[in-house]
Design a protein around this ligand. Structure first.
Ligand code: PHE
Length: 355
């Protein structure tokens, strides 16, 4: 009995000292481990004379409980101390000045793509996409563009291999082919995206943006094309009246073909769309050539329709008064800060198409 009383007193004393968690765990092992001091006392029980055994067992159990409680309390103490220390160290100083942060802006081209998609989706167009790297079949051959066509000339097209099999698409029209090959008519889609031509000056950049439109059904005619473009331009520029003219033109993949100009004037150094007597070309369009429909296994005696290709960068420049195209792609943060859009600010022509 005196042995175990001494063990108890020694260890209670130890536990009253300033200890860390490891030392407490060590004490736990010393006492209750496989060969621990108290574990060994319990092993002795069997060899003690039965008269003494009961008393010894009772003493041993009460000492065991006392020590176990002391250990538990000590562990709790240590943990509370640790938490308090952490709280103290992580205290927030509310008097510190706030950190400055810079907010991103939406690039005018992204903004205009959203606006265009939103306007066309309201009149039933779905948005399609195609890759920037195209094969020559989708970009030219399927679009009824013969080998001899000047658009195929090395000066315009960025070819990616010596066989001229792959290229950076020169327009978004190959998305017409991709869409019609993967589905059956009717089709009513727009396809915004990047396009590439080997050309660079104040109004031309080797990478630029277009939005393709395609509407094919059983009785679609040039009147629908005119109505659709007229509606789009009015919505886009947020004007009630628009002056628009269709000028005869030529594209291998449309017949008849036209280029569309819109009327404008310059008032106090600003462009006013829909007024005045100046004309500005903004898109190419026409009725889809029967050969194109044949190439994608659509029967041209049953189905017909129109297509158009609009220069997105041009529209952005016009709507937001930006006069140098090259600035669009220079990634100058000051420029973006000036011409970019607040992501939380929703202009009236933007109808919340999910991005
Ligand atoms: N793909 C033509 C271009 O890049 C534009 C266009 C598209 C013309 C569709 C007619 C029909 O110039």
């Amino acid at each position: 009995m005196s042995d175990i009383k001494k063990i108890k007193d020694d260890y209670i004393k130890k536990l009253n000292q300033n200890l860390d968690l490891n030392s407490v765990n060590q004490i736990k092992t010393d006492l209750f481990g496989k060969n621990g001091l108290l574990s060994n006392e319990f092993k002795k029980l069997g060899s003690i004379a039965s008269e003494e055994r009961k008393q010894f067992a009772a003493d041993l159990n009460s000492i065991k409980n006392e020590l176990q409680n002391a250990i538990l309390n000590k562990i709790q103490d240590i943990e509370i101390k640790e938490i308090n220390l952490k709280l103290q160290n992580e205290k927030v100083d509310v008097t510190l000045p706030e950190r400055t942060f810079s907010q991103g802006k939406i690039h005018p081209v992204s903004q205009v793509i959203d606006e265009i998609s939103s306007i066309f989706s309201e009149i039933g167009f779905n948005v399609e996409e195609g890759p920037d790297v195209e094969n020559e079949y989708n970009n030219f051959t399927a679009l009824n563009t013969p080998d001899s066509h000047p658009a195929r000339d090395m000066h315009d097209t960025f070819y990616l291999d010596n066989n001229k099999e792959f290229l950076l698409r020169t327009h978004t029209s190959p998305v017409q082919i991709r869409t019609m090959l993967k589905d059956r008519p009717p089709f009513k889609i727009i396809a915004p995206g990047r396009t590439y031509r080997s050309d660079s000056d104040q109004t031309h950049s080797p990478m630029f943006h277009q939005v393709e439109g395609l509407h094919i059904d059983k009785d679609i005619n040039m009147g629908h094309l005119k109505g659709c473009l007229n509606y789009f331009i009015k919505e886009f520029f947020e004007v009630d009246k628009i002056k628009m003219r269709f000028r005869p033109s030529h594209f291998p993949f449309t017949e008849p073909s036209a280029e569309v100009d819109i009327g404008y004037e310059v008032k106090d150094g600003k462009i006013a769309i829909g007024e005045g007597d100046r004309w500005l070309e903004i898109l190419g369009c026409g009725m889809v050539h029967p050969n194109v429909l044949k190439n994608v296994k659509v029967n041209p005696s049953k189905y017909q329709g129109y297509a158009f290709g609009i220069g997105i960068d041009r529209l952005a420049m016009l709507k937001y008064g930006i006069n140098d195209l090259r600035a669009f792609f220079e990634c100058d943060y000051r420029w973006l800060n000036h011409f970019g859009f607040d992501p939380l600010d929703v202009p009236s022509s933007y109808r919340g198409l999910s991005r």
